[in-house]
Design a protein around this ligand. Structure first.
Ligand code: SDX
Length: 432
């Protein structure tokens, strides 16, 4: 079949050029605009990258209209039900589900990687106990970028695999140590016989009994799996752009952590609980807050609602809602999470019926229920985005590897629409 293309004509000069169309397996095909400036003298313009494909990727696909998500072609619902975080990490990294031998080998590489340089504890202790844990985590990753700086060899597959294992197995340990620190507890030791989620729970909550640890570990494993990757979101795009300069992967992940921290991205799970707590403690009802969110003059947003891509229910929110239900059924009604969950369900009901939200296709996203489950497990609110970053480290390193292996790998350098001053000359101060 003739190569697919589109033809565009310049209304000013009547010049017209063909631009190739690249086939996608899922989702819209893309127009390759790389020859646009050379052949027609224009750049494309897309603030916020609403309609721009920044790269070719085979890792994750989202159908925003249908509210569907696939990791390497597998539906997230099936993976959440039948797989686990470790096996899904292998899938995201290797584009296949592992057989027994491959899983065993990957699992021992990861558990043998349950080690983080003791100096990281000194970095953590430099901070005040009320410092935000995402700042502490970013600093720990920056420390590791210094520790491994002399080994950097981006094009070497062994170096990339070692960095991948260090990050996937090390970030959960750093996360648990940060939780130990803000709880005023001693730093706990990793246990190689446990899964990533099990080891995190065991290190973070050594006080829980075995049944509580088992329930929390399974819930945490699903939460990690659901948060592992999500196409070219802001923090993944940060890791790609940062990594494109061939900097240390630890430094690129530190950059991703800083981006994820924002309340409109990964910080939303913490903001959702803050919002639910505010509603629970206020004398205003849910309808008052819905009206606040709809008021253009009011900066208040309904945290946990809306998404750049999902114009339907975020499939991850549905799965986490089920976990929240399971968890809260096991808790008696006096549990402080029950009222929060009831408020969340009331907010959701309002928003799914209100014309403002319906017309803008603002549905609950992954962050809407995850905070409730994390709170039920006993994770402090300030740690929720650390949990998100722990899980998303898998997606970040998968994209970092995919980018470097791409035949088009080069430093990213977006262009701009300049609307500043026209060219002028320097004026001495007497003339100004
Ligand atoms: C994550 O990209 C990813 O994949 C992210 C993520 C991942 O896994 O990596 O899925 C994780 O970040 C989930 C999103 C978490 N953030 C929140 O829950 C914060 C609340 N949501 C909003 O900040 C907002 O919905 C965003 C940031 C998520 C999306 O912003 P967009 O795509 O830029 O949408 P927009 O601001 O253009 O909104 C369109 C309209 C606007 O109204 P109008 O100008 O059309 O009148 O919807 C309104 C917005 O004001 N709107 C909201 C709203 N979100 C959008 N109004 C009230 N409450 C909200 N939450």
């Amino acid at each position: 079949m003739a190569d697919k293309k589109i033809t565009i004509k310049d209304g000013q000069s009547d010049n017209e050029i063909d631009l190739p169309v690249l086939d996608s397996i899922l989702g819209p095909d893309v127009v390759d605009i790389r020859s646009l400036e050379k052949n027609l003298g224009y750049l494309s313009h897309d603030p916020g990258f609403i309609a721009t494909s920044s790269c070719e990727s085979k890792i994750t696909f989202i159908d925003g209209n249908e509210g569907k998500l696939w990791y390497r072609g597998y539906p997230i619902e099936e993976l959440a039900k039948k797989s686990n975080f470790l096996e899904t990490a292998y899938l995201l990294l290797n584009d296949k589900l592992p057989n027994k031998t491959e899983l065993q080998s990957f699992s021992s590489d990861i558990s043998n990687g349950y080690y983080v340089d003791e100096s990281v504890k000194k970095i953590i202790k430099v901070f005040n106990k009320d410092s935000h844990p995402m700042a502490i985590m970013s600093a720990c990753l920056s420390y590791l970028s210094a520790k491994y700086h002399n080994e950097i060899n981006i094009q070497d597959i062994e170096y990339r695999y070692k960095s991948t294992i260090n990050l996937i197995s090390g970030v959960p340990i750093i996360s648990a140590w940060i939780l130990n620190f803000i709880n005023g507890k001693d730093f706990t030791k990793p246990n190689k016989s446990l899964s990533i989620a099990g080891n995190f729970i065991n290190m973070a909550f050594s006080n829980l009994n075995d049944d509580q640890k088992k329930l929390s570990s399974r819930a945490m494993d699903v939460i990690f799996l659901l948060h592992a990757d999500h196409e070219q979101n802001a923090s993944t795009s940060t890791v790609r752009l940062s990594g494109s300069s061939e900097t240390s992967p630890y430094a690129a992940i530190a950059a991703g952590i800083s981006t994820l921290w924002g309340p409109t991205h990964g910080g939303a799970n913490e903001a959702v609980i803050n919002m639910l707590e505010e509603i629970k403690n206020s004398d205003k009802d849910v309808e008052y807050y819905i009206d606040q969110a709809k008021d253009k003059e009011n900066p208040f947003r309904l945290m946990g609602f809306g998404h750049r891509i999902y114009k339907n229910y975020d499939p991850r929110a549905k799965i986490i809602q089920e976990i929240a239900h399971e968890y809260l059924q096991k808790l008696d009604s006096s549990n402080p999470n029950k009222p929060l969950f009831d408020i969340a369900m009331e907010l959701e009901k309002y928003a799914l019926e209100d014309e403002y939200f319906v017309s803008r296709k603002l549905y609950p996203n992954v962050d809407f229920y995850s905070g409730i489950v994390l709170k039920a497990i006993g994770i402090p609110q300030c740690m929720y985005t650390v949990i998100f970053a722990l899980a998303r480290t898998v997606g970040w390193v998968a994209h970092w590897n995919e980018m470097i292996e791409d035949k088009n790998f080069r430093i990213g350098r977006p262009r701009q629409l300049y609307t500043g001053k026209d060219k002028t000359s320097y004026k001495d101060i007497e003339e100004r």
